[in-house]
Each structure stands twice: as structure tokens, then as C-alpha cells.
Design a protein around this ligand. Structure first.
Ligand SMILES: Nc1ncnc2c1ncn2[C@@H]1O[C@H](COP(=O)(O)OP(=O)(O)OP(=O)(O)O)[C@@H](O)[C@H]1O
Ligand SMILES: [Mg+2]
Length: 262
């Protein structure tokens, strides 16, 4: 049992419907409940349109569920919190700001003094291997570099919880593997709570501690699978591990069953 103190996110009896063009509401989520202990890396997978982004948006305080509650660190979330970082597939970098200024934007918004901002910026640029690109603008960076800057920008505010919506989806296979490994190394240092949405089952199993599989819309929980693979983990090499293959098969079967759900 997880005690209240160890709990990072609680999604309890959440249902959500969106208005549609023909006036009939679209039920996106139907009675979804799960708890995320502090420090857990949880992957959410499921067919397109099953409500994954909606769950992240609720945890981010951008959407209120029509039924049920979402709490983060014991508090019901009604608006975006400083303790939470949100990262998307599209890097969302500000084109008129250099890599460094993009990384420091969250600190600037919080009124962190310039020197301290620069200290954090320099450390993060170094951490993501882009020290030589501090002054480069987004259009001068490859997609992989831009995603690295986006990761650094998310980590700059030192959030307790990271919400990630297909953060590596726009990358080619090789860059993706590299960034997954880099991100895992960063994560393994201080183990923030991560809610990670992906369509890539290999990525879900390779990175996470647990995979929740949602049914097709309206999203319900089809399966909740513990990924008890050892850490630290190399997302590239783990793919040849027999346990990894068995878990991937299990997630795949759950996804198929969830897509056929009534
Ligand atoms: N703002 C909105 N207005 C109306 N309908 C919406 C809105 N946002 C989402 N929906 C609908 O709710 C459902 C769930 O959307 P959501 O974006 O959460 O799915 P998803 O699982 O993230 O899908 P994908 O894998 O394609 O990103 C979809 O059917 C979508 O059309
Ligand atoms: Mg989505």
C-alpha cells in the first residue's frame, strides 16, 4: 500500500466528455482511477483518441474532469502548478530566443536573478551536451537538439512531477534511442515522478516502471503492468533481455484487447 505521503498523483473515478460539433458530447474517459507513487516512471499507452493527453492535461491543471478528481501531491489540481513540468512532442521552443534563453525562460518568468539563471542554464546546457550551442536559435538546431533543449527547459524549473506527451515521437529512430538513454540517465539521478504518454510500446517498456494500457475511446484501464526490469537501464540493450520481450508481449496483448473492447 502506498501511504498518502508517498503518493504523487491520484486519478480517482475520472470521466470526461468534450462537446462536439453535432452537439452530442464525446465521452473521452470513463471512470479511470490509478495512483502514481512518488518517483515512479509511469507510461500511459492506448489507441489514438483514448484520452491520454486529456489525462496529462488534467494532471497539469489545464482541464477539469466532469466527474472524479485528480490530485497532485495531495492537492486537487485546479490550475497549472509550478511544481509540474509539461513537455510535448513538438518542442515548443520560442523561435526568437537562443537555446540558452529558451532553457532559462521558466526561471525568468519566476523572477530568478540573472546570475543564478545563467548558472542553471550553463549546467543544463552542459548536461544535455549542447554547451557549444548556447547562442544558437531553434532554427539552427536539429530536431534532436531542439528536443534536448526542451528537456533542459522542463528540468530547469526543477519540477517534482514531469508530464511528457510523446516527447520523442518526432525523432528518427536513432536519435530517439540516444535521447531515451540520455533522458533515463538524467531521470535516474533524482527520480522525479514521470507520467509519460507514448505510442511506442518498446519505449514504454524500456523506460518505465509501470505501463497502464487504456482501452480505445472512451478510455478505461485495460491493464496495469509492472515493468520490474533492473535499473540503471540502458534502453537500447534492454531490448535483448528475455524479460523485456515477455513484458512487451504482455503490453502488446493488452493493447490489442483494449482496442477490441466494447
Ligand atoms: N478540446 C477538445 N474538444 C473536443 N474534443 C476533444 C478535445 N480534446 C480532445 N478531444 C477528444 O477527446 C478524445 C481524447 O483526446 P486525447 O487528445 O486525450 O486523446 P489521445 O489519447 O491523447 O490521442 P492521441 O494518441 O491521438 O494523441 C478524442 O476523441 C478527441 O477528439
Ligand atoms: Mg495525445
Amino acid at each position: 500500500m502506498t501511504s498518502r505521503l508517498d503518493l504523487a498523483i491520484r486519478v480517482e473515478g475520472v470521466s470526461h466528455a468534450f462537446p462536439s460539433a453535432d452537439g452530442k458530447p464525446v465521452l473521452a474517459l470513463d471512470d479511470v482511477s490509478f495512483d502514481v507513487p512518488k518517483g515512479q516512471f509511469l507510461a500511459l499507452v492506448g489507441a489514438s483518441g483514448c484520452g491520454k493527453t486529456t489525462i496529462l492535461n488534467m494532471a497539469a491543471g489545464l482541464i477539469q474532469p466532469v466527474a472524479g478528481t485528480v490530485t497532485v501531491d495531495g492537492e486537487r489540481i485546479t490550475r497549472p502548478s509550478r511544481r509540474t513540468g509539461y513537455m510535448f512532442a513538438r518542442d515548443g521552443l520560442l523561435p526568437w530566443r537562443s537555446a540558452r534563453d529558451n532553457i532559462e525562460v521558466g526561471l525568468e518568468l519566476r523572477g530568478v536573478p540573472r546570475q543564478e539563471r545563467e548558472r542553471h542554464g550553463t549546467r543544463l546546457l552542459d548536461m544535455i551536451g549542447l554547451s557549444g550551442f548556447a547562442r544558437a536559435y531553434p532554427w539552427q538546431l536539429s530536431q534532436g537538439m531542439r528536443q534536448r533543449v526542451a528537456i533542459a527547459r522542463t528540468l530547469a524549473i526543477d519540477p517534482d512531477t514531469l508530464l511528457m506527451d510523446e516527447p520523442f515521437a518526432a525523432l528518427d529512430a536513432q536519435t530517439k534511442l540516444m535521447l531515451q538513454a540520455e533522458f533515463l540517465r538524467l531521470w535516474e539521478r533524482d527520480r522525479k515522478t514521470v507520467l509519460f504518454v507514448t505510442h511506442d510500446l518498446a519505449e514504454a517498456v524500456a523506460l518505465s516502471d509501470r505501463v497502464i494500457v487504456l482501452t480505445r475511446r472512451p478510455g478505461r484501464i485495460q491493464a496495469d503492468i509492472a515493468i520490474d526490469l533492473p535499473r540503471p537501464r540502458d534502453p537500447e540493450r534492454i531490448r535483448f533481455d528475455q524479460r523485456y520481450l515477455r513484458l512487451s508481449e504482455q503490453v502488446w496483448q493488452a493493447l490489442k484487447a483494449g482496442e477490441a473492447a466494447p
